[in-house]
Design a protein around this ligand. Structure first.
Ligand code: HPA
Length: 253
């Protein structure tokens, strides 16, 4: 069985390190799929990495690109059904809501809020595939992987944070008032992806590990405005920690 990996904004370099056997463009999975965001390619790289068989999504499909959330999760369904993955590492760039965070920190996702984005399971009955019509979401993020990631971070001397990720539709960044609301709701970080992917992956039986790179403080926490350039620059700078962490997680999964 192999490991699926979704690479977020500015984190795509890992894909270059895979000993590649095969590349699958998203358009081959579904004619309507294509990633339209700078910094995001739209393909799955299959091969070997850290001695493991991996399928790496270089770039993801976003809801804000105009796709519905069922399309957003198509590559995950494909990786499970056609490529045989049984685990999924999901990464992203996010805005820090928790004021103890600093841009450049990595945050292990221990839960999420997906209530602001339509469920990818609407109109999809997974009963035949999974045995359930209503899926439990108590432990979307695998507890063993959370423990594993923390012990690896300790060994590597990486200050790995922990928290709840909230997904918005995007593509606009949030207002300061929205960030206050999200903090009240219990969110530590905010972004435009991941939660629907994780919920779908969990529903179809994949073990999920989620890691977020806090690329900026969320709107209104400092006086600066937000930009995609800042997001990419900080993600690039955090790249080394991120790569070390993810490589050790992959090799010990
Ligand atoms: N908000 C939403 N998405 C993001 C942010 C943010 O502040 N930073 C990176 N992705």
């Amino acid at each position: 069985m192999s490991i699926g990996i979704i690479l977020g904004s500015g984190l795509g370099q890992i894909a270059e390190l895979v000993e590649t056997d095969r590349i699958i463009e998203y358009s081959e999975i579904d004619g309507g799929l294509r990633s339209t965001v700078e910094g995001h390619k739209g393909r799955i790289i299959c091969g070997n990495y850290m001695g493991k068989s991996v399928a790496v999504m270089q770039g993801r499909i976003h809801y804000y690109e105009g796709y519905n959330t069922k399309q957003v999760v198509k590559p995950i369904e494909y990786m499970k059904e056609e490529l045989g993955i049984d685990k999924l590492i999901i990464t992203n760039a996010s805005g820090g809501i928790n004021e103890s965070f600093t841009p450049g920190n990595l945050m292990l996702i221990n839960d999420h809020i997906t209530s602001f984005v339509p469920s990818p399971l609407i109109g999809v009955d997974l009963t035949e595939k999974t045995g359930a019509r209503f899926h439990d979401m108590t432990y979307v993020y695998d507890r063993e992987y959370i423990n594993l990631a923390h012990s690896i971070a300790n060994e590597l001397g990486i200050d790995l944070k922990d928290g709840v990720y909230l997904q918005t539709t995007g593509p606009q960044y949030e207002t300061p008032a929205e960030i206050k609301m999200f903090r009240t709701l219990g969110a530590d970080a905010v972004g435009m992806s991941t939660a629907v992917e994780a919920l779908y992956a969990h529903a179809i039986g994949l073990r999920v590990c989620g890691i977020s790179c806090i690329t900026n403080m969320a709107a209104g926490i400092t006086s600066s405005k937000l930009s995609h350039e800042e997001v990419q620059m900080t993600a690039d700078k955090a790249g080394l920690d991120f790569r070390q962490l993810i490589e050790s997680i992959i090799s010990r999964m």
